[in-house]
Design a protein around this ligand. Sequence first.
Ligand code: AMP
Ligand code: TRP
Length: 334
Amino acid sequence: MTDKKIVFSGVQPSGDPQLGNYLGAFKGWVQRQTEKTNYFCVVDLHALTVTPDPEDLRTQTRELAAILFASGIDPYQSTLFVQSHVTAHAESCWLLNCVTPIGWLERMTQFKDKSQGQERVSTGLLDYPVLMAGDIILYDANEVPVGEDQKQHVELARDIAARFNRIYGDLFVIPEPVIPETGGRVMGLNDPTIKMSKSYSHIRGHAIRMLDEPDEIQRSFMRAVTDSGNEIRFSDDVEKSGVNNLLGIYKVITGKSESEVEKDFEDARGYGDLKKAVAEVVIDELSPIKEKYQELMSDVVELDRLLKVGAEQAESVALPKLSQMKEKMGLILS
Ligand code: AMP
Ligand code: TRP
């Protein structure tokens, strides 16, 4: 037995992964993978809640897995797999549905945001956090690294796990959300008051996509919205949120402290220098990832094999837990 903490996180194969995903999620996962037991999941079942085009979903699932491997997720250190390959996820969702009051789901801000103004909303969109709770508790995860936007869902997973334990007796570990201190929120380059998101990556100048060409990255940074001043320092001022965002990106990539970062720009002649420097560190960081990604995508058979190994590892943990759930709930095990 090992006393390493267990980490579970998931990411949806929808849209092009962008710098916010990388700095707020993937980079941290990679950095901490030797200290913990890790499960990283490409959540294709979650992506279905917004009915993507089937061919797009298949392509994006492989692309995202390849980006994660290319970012440094090591299949010998961590378990990286596709959610639908481990059927325990969908099954646990049903079992947990039966202990989850509907009001808990209707209260979720993401549900309210995504369903607002829609004529028809799928049951899947409402049920999304229960599927996510199953993802997490099947692995006895202690820690769930997510961006701020997903904190409420992890808290719901805690409530669901606790409710199950209360009704049927202790079975699940109560997970903790872990929000990265830096990189937790990378903002849009065109509008630094909103979070950089794959959903807006089609808007020119909004996002840096992880697979953008260096000259596109350079151009996007040079166009980034700042303010009319010239002070290069970290700040909570809304007005300075553009500069703050650029400094934040530079800080996470270089691993420097705020004062070290500010020192780097002491002699800068205005925001142009800052933008250039940030573009440079981002390009240096993303170029090798892109190269590795292309290599992985050129051999889909090998990529699928890696994912199969991941799914088998995940299943060896998830299936016994699912059986324990069924047993406690009064199902006859076959
Ligand atoms: P999503 O793209 O919403 O599926 O998010 C996948 C992961 O990346 C989650 O942990 C998010 O919270 C994180 N993430 C997405 N966008 C950003 C951003 N702009 N800044 C920081 N983290 C982000
Ligand atoms: N809902 C998460 C998101 O959109 C992805 C996700 C699914 C997840 N299952 C998870 C994250 C389990 C952490 C743990 O970002």
